[in-house]
Ligand binder design. Sequence first.
Ligand code: ADP
Length: 465
Amino acid sequence: MLRRLSIRVRLALLGSAVSALVVLGYASLAVTFLERGLLDSLDQRLVIDAELLERSLLWDGERTRLVGAVEARPGAGFEDSLWSEVVDAEDRPLWRSPSLGARRLPAASGRAFAGREFRTASLAGGVEVRLLILSEPIDGKPAVLKVARATEPHHREVGVVRTQLFLAAPAALLLALLGAWFLAGRALRPVERMREELEQVSAEQLSARLALPPARDELSKLAETVNGVLTRLERSFETLRQFTSDASHELRTPLAAMRAELEVCLREERPAAEYRAALESALEEIDRMTQLADQLLVLSRHEASRAEVALKPVDVRGFVANLVEELCVLADEKQQDIFPEAGRPLFALVDEELLQRVLRNLLHNAIRYTPREGRIDIGVNRDGDRVRIDIDDNGPGIAPEHRVRVFDRFYRIDRSRSRELGGTGLGLAIARSAALRMQGSLEVGDSPLGGARFTLALRAAEEGA
Ligand code: ADP
């Protein structure tokens, strides 16, 4: 229920609830202290009352009865609001104040009473009193003095204070609520300002950033985090925009070529062989577009699937040897020599489909960009906890300034040459994303053969695991 309210209302309610609890605790503590203080002063008064009583009584001639020495003296145990009694050790009355009438004051607890005792008790007729019982010899003869006063006046006093506190409570609560509402509003103002600033940000205006508050506080950290998110969003929007424009450009080029060729062909009547040639060329362009669409699909699948790929140990040397056997037809066409490294099995943790994809792309490129009668070497070696696959060629190589970007989508060093050779510019992007999905890496460098060296590093698996 509280969760549905705005933060400001919640803060105000919680703040005033806490203040109310503190005030309540403080008030009840104050009332308790007041009560105790009043009781203490009543007890002190009873001590004085007892002293006065003791001084104002005398034994009669036979020393069996007590009489008031100065009965007329006010404040000496004869007031209406004071009840007093003197008894012997068996609680037999020796003297009683006129205010008591027929009533008796309660006896001391325990027999053979000596010393003094304060007690709150009830008299007949329901009057609550504070009672002091004191064992004190009068004129040398042992006696027990009892003095009592009604507790009602001090209850009344406490009651008045309690009522005043109770009446002031709503006003205090309202004040606390207003204060908390005001403070919560002030505390949340920067958040509101931030919200307004963020409202200005849209997909078209992702370059806007939040102004950082001067203090290094929670809000400035929040603003920094939001700015970080905006930067990442802007970057990925930019990548997406670039990708869309590249992809449409890549699709438009073959379409335009096809259209031009078909238009020229249809302009006049031609021999059947020319139509055939035009259709074959159109088919080629369609193949290229299909390849492009397939590769785009592969890339987007790699990106969409967040799930971890299940890796299993595979003998990479054997895997490479099999793949080379399959691809050596292409190398033969260009009279290239292709040498996979032989040796005992070497296991790495891979997904066979992804590994196939990386190696195919790298080997296709090596064959494609290495001139006729070139050479391609494939080394498979253990390097610490990794298995390295180096694909070397003696082609033109990749200059250092292109090495970072060569893995970007649609990046080609020589656009027309790549197109001529049937490339789409997506091969290395797909290869790297496949390598990353296997928790591996793919780098490019110089080859000892003089051309490019692509190195795929994979997690090594213990043999036979
Ligand atoms: P493409 O489809 O154009 O081959 P890739 O992503 O596979 O696209 O490669 C990107 C670019 O990297 C290629 O256009 C080419 O210029 C360069 N490249 C890739 N492999 C090699 C290689 N073995 N030797 C020289 N250049 C290469």
